[in-house]
Write a protein that binds this ligand. Structure first.
Ligand SMILES: CCCCCc1ccc(-c2ccc(S(=O)(=O)CCO)cc2)cc1[C@H]1C[C@H]1c1ccccn1
Length: 235
């Protein structure tokens, strides 16, 4: 894909996430939610009195590939189908076929001011030769943009989010064309570093995050299972 003004930033952040995804959650992380295969962890971090807790979620979804999960997460046209915390979302620039810039208005969480966000969003396939299936990932990373002016009273979020997915094929048949959805599953890791961009009561923000992240991950993954049920498998 063509080089553009953010190529180096995208490369750097993608590599950082590929290192970070391997870090285990045994020390310093609290398990804040578990639902079947989904485990949500959080570290309590404050910057200048603002809660910026990193979030890490592990989930295994039967019947879908990592490519399908990343595709539905990255593609603009599906977003309002699964995102319940947005008032609006739009693409304001396409940098290359795999990298766009979104501007989003997040639903107001009373009594805090409404948040908006502007980030580059990049989808990529990383073929790791040894394993059979490649890793697919999406990174959403805050960036300024002339078409996303910061306008009071909205407060600009600072977000660095990654969705990293592996595809597992159990009992692979001799001919890959015979692979069925019951033989595939996606192991996903979702990490989110979100700074709300302005002071929010710590307990309130921790409460919203604890409720909203599991809800959004459950709703999003269920949406992809529904959408792909009778479609050919996208590896
Ligand atoms: C006073 C509350 C301020 C709002 C805080 C806030 C805003 C955005 C986000 C967020 C930003 C990006 C993403 S994404 O994965 O890139 C998808 C694209 O939309 C996802 C979640 C998170 C939170 C934190 C609360 C937490 C929360 C979690 C899931 C939904 C709503 N609120």
């Amino acid at each position: 894909n063509g080089k553009h003004r953010l190529t180096d930033d995208v490369e750097r952040i993608v590599q950082e996430h590929l290192q970070y995804v391997r870090e285990d959650v045994s020390n310093g992380w609290d398990l804040i939610h578990q639902d079947g295969e989904m485990k949500v962890y959080r570290r309590e971090v404050e910057e200048n009195g603002i809660v910026v807790d990193p979030l890490k979620c592990f989930h295994t979804i039967k019947g879908v590939t990592g490519h399908e999960i990343c595709r539905y997460f990255w593609e603009f046209q599906y977003r309002m189908e699964w995102e319940t915390t947005l008032d609006s979302t739009k693409i304001i620039e396409a940098l290359d076929p795999d990298t766009v810039i979104f501007f989003q208005l997040h639903k107001r969480v009373w009594p805090a001011a409404q948040r908006d966000s502007c980030f580059w969003s990049h989808i990529r396939c990383i073929s790791n030769s040894d394993e059979d299936q490649p890793t697919w990932l999406v990174v959403n990373y805050t960036t300024p943009h002339p078409l996303a002016p910061i306008k009071s009273p909205q407060v600009r979020l600072v977000a660095n989010v990654a969705l990293i997915c592996e595809t597992i094929i159990s009992e692979p048949p001799l001919n890959p064309k015979d692979i069925k959805r019951e033989n595939i599953q996606c192991k996903l890791t979702y990490v989110a570093f979100v700074n709300p961009g302005g002071w929010v009561p710590s307990a309130a923000l921790r409460g919203v995050a604890k409720r909203e992240y599991p809800r959004f991950l459950k709703r999003f993954t269920s949406y992809v299972v529904e959408q792909t049920r009778n479609k050919p498998i996208l590896f």
